[in-house]
Ligand binder design. Structure first.
Ligand code: PPS
Length: 573
């Protein structure tokens, strides 16, 4: 069982679940003979904050009784306020071997022992109900709902933790502070009042102004407390963000602002999440917490409407701030007023007054086009950091993904394109041709649906790595299944450009060409499961380019693709 440490004046009771001395040795020894569970990335974030006391008063993953109570009342079963279900999900097979009273060793992916958990419950949750109660929707457009339905195991384990070690980090060590460490540092600063700012995005001038105002308003210190655990899919990676925060920090008056990283796995649960953030910041020694517009919002639902109202989070926090013991500093959206050259909350803008703002999407567009990012919006050093990992399109890697039937001309056009690319650019180009890949990367794979998927996704993986390293990949497998092509597209697009080229030639033409004599063999039943004959080819719905090699020359097809690359901006004329 964890120990309770009381540290004043910031924060109140803190659960410190990390064992020490003989007790630590005893539990470590005991763990050797226990069944082990390897934690998922999200569970690793959760356990870090459980063990360090960031989730105080929780002393482990929620029991069934607490889980039900949290969903229903936003309170643990003893009445303590706690809005978020923190559960240890496992699959049915794992759950079937475990029962109440069992002990389990919780480990990271390398096998490092983090804690021993004594199970109070093993149960199958009603996920629909959890989604509805915790997130207010069963719409999978909400990232936490999608996670719940598609990734989380179907069974939950509840129980207390005996902590052995915190998950290990190797990055930004000087900025990773446990609640206890942060409280001590704030105490040393004699900081009576500390206002925390939560963020999962890079910070620009609007955030600087807002946090400055907040610190002035409470007459205290500012804690920039960004999330570096899991944020919303598609967010800017935290390495880039932290380098940006470090640059931004230089612009605050000496001694005003402190930066510390929070290994939280966000749920994007809007109001409930805001309240949860308040408790977490209280545990980290803060007295005040900034809640802005659409705090921890998941964005729009599949109906195109925002899932939560813009100020729902503020409304919920107001009701409970006293009980939690932290005061909310509410903020409206900050906009730039060019006439006065100042930022102000939108409710202070006079009628007819011109205001400027740049959305996250617009910022990404400007980065990707290499366009100017004005000084009123951000600081040059912050923008320079962003540009390092978000280069303009003509410096990004990209993948040209050819797909089409055997004999359609994929390899021929791909080869022609490669030489054209080598003619115009000094950039490295790698051709991953279907046949060639099967003699190296995918040697041993056959043509079953499963083997084809593996083959195509292997090609996608290699292409994504090439793209990430800012090279050019040309792929030319048949890639008959849409799902595999889509998976590749998603992966590759997270690193650079993805351009799908459909070699649009009918099976009749390919069969007539039959350059390798394979169609004849397929018709004769010598080759089974041949694409287009007795195995399906799913036609691409929205390729960037279509080439008809029966109606145009190879030169024309390759030029069409090359022109598309120029048009999309991945190469400059
Ligand atoms: S896939 O479906 O994307 O994994 O196929 P791919 O790796 O591109 O391999 C296709 C080449 O393998 C030869 N071949 C077959 N193709 C389709 N179906 C069956 N059953 C089959 N068996 C062998 C064929 O020569 C393909 O080469 P290309 O270059 O496409 O003509």
């Amino acid at each position: 069982m964890g120990t309770l440490t009381l540290i004043e004046p910031h924060g109140g009771t803190l659960c410190d679940l990390l064992l020490q001395g003989e007790e630590l040795q005893r539990v470590q020894q005991e763990a050797i003979n226990l069944p082990s569970l390897t934690l998922t990335p999200r569970q690793l974030c959760d356990i870090e904050l459980l063990l360090s006391g960031g989730f105080s008063p929780l002393c482990g993953f929620l029991s069934k009784q607490d889980y039900d109570s949290v969903l229903e009342n936003m309170r643990l079963s003893d009445g303590t306020i706690w809005p978020m279900p923190i559960t240890l999900d496992v699959n049915e097979e794992t759950a079937s071997d475990l029962k109440e009273g069992d002990k389990v060793a919780l480990r990271d992916q390398t096998g490092l022992l983090l804690a021993v958990m004594t199970l109070s419950d093993v149960w199958q949750p009603n996920k629909e109900l959890e989604a509805e109660k915790a997130f207010g929707t069963t719409d999978k457009a909400h990232p936490a709902v999608a996670y719940l339905f598609d990734q989380a195991g179907d069974y939950y384990l509840g129980g207390t933790l005996e902590g052995i070690a915190l998950p290990i980090h190797y990055d930004f060590l000087e900025l990773r502070k446990t609640p206890k460490q942060l409280r001590e540092e704030l105490e040393q600063l004699s900081a009576d009042k500390v206002v925390a700012f939560q963020t999962r995005n890079p910070m620009h001038r609007a955030h600087k102004e807002l946090t400055d105002r907040a610190a002035e308003e409470v007459d205290g210190h500012l804690l920039i407390h960004p999330v570096v655990g899991m944020t919303k899919p598609g967010d800017i990676d935290y390495f880039t963000r932290v380098r940006c925060y470090k640059e931004l920090l230089k612009n605050y008056p000496e001694g005003r602002a402190k930066l510390s990283l929070l290994p939280l796995a966000m749920r994007m649960a809007g109001p409930r999440e805001a309240l949860w953030h308040c408790i977490i910041r209280k545990n980290h020694g803060c007295t005040h917490f900034i809640v802005g517009r659409d705090h921890a919002g998941p964005g729009k639902g599949s109906d195109g409407e925002p899932i939560y109202g813009p100020y729902d989070a503020q409304e919920l926090v107001i009701q409970h701030q006293e009980e939690v013991g932290i005061q909310m500093v509410p903020f409206k959206l900050m906009v730039f007023a060019p006439a006065e050259e100042v930022y102000k909350p939108i409710d202070e803008v006079k009628e007819g007054e011109e205001t400027l703002s740049i959305s996250g999407t617009e910022l990404r567009r400007r980065l990707s086009e290499g366009e100017d990012i004005p000084a009123w919006f951000s600081y040059p050093d912050v923008v320079a950091e962003l540009r390092k990992t978000h280069p303009p399109k003509n410096q990004q890697g990209f993948t040209i993904f050819f797909t089409g039937l055997s004999g359609s001309g994929k390899s021929t056009v791909a080869n022609a394109l490669m030489t054209k690319l080598l003619e115009v650019t000094g950039r490295p180009v790698t051709l991953l041709d279907g046949d060639v890949v099967r003699t190296h990367l995918s040697k041993g794979l056959g043509f079953s649906q499963e083997d084809r998927s593996t083959n195509v996704q292997r090609i996608g993986f290699v292409a994504s790595e090439i793209t990430k390293h800012r090279g050019i990949a040309i792929c030319a497998p048949i890639a008959p299944y849409e799902a595999d092509r889509n998976a590749n597209e998603d992966l590759i697009k997270s690193y650079g450009g993805y351009i799908e080229v459909y070699i649009d030639v009918s099976v009749e033409v390919c069969e007539e060409r039959d350059t390798k004599g394979l169609y004849a063999k397929a018709r004769a039943g010598i080759i089974k499961g041949f694409t287009g004959i007795d195995d399906p080819y799913e036609i691409p719905k929205n390729p960037a380019v279509s080439c008809q090699t029966d109606k145009e020359t190879i030169e024309e097809s390759a030029t069409k693709v090359l022109n598309k690359i120029f048009e999309l901006g991945y190469l400059e004329k």
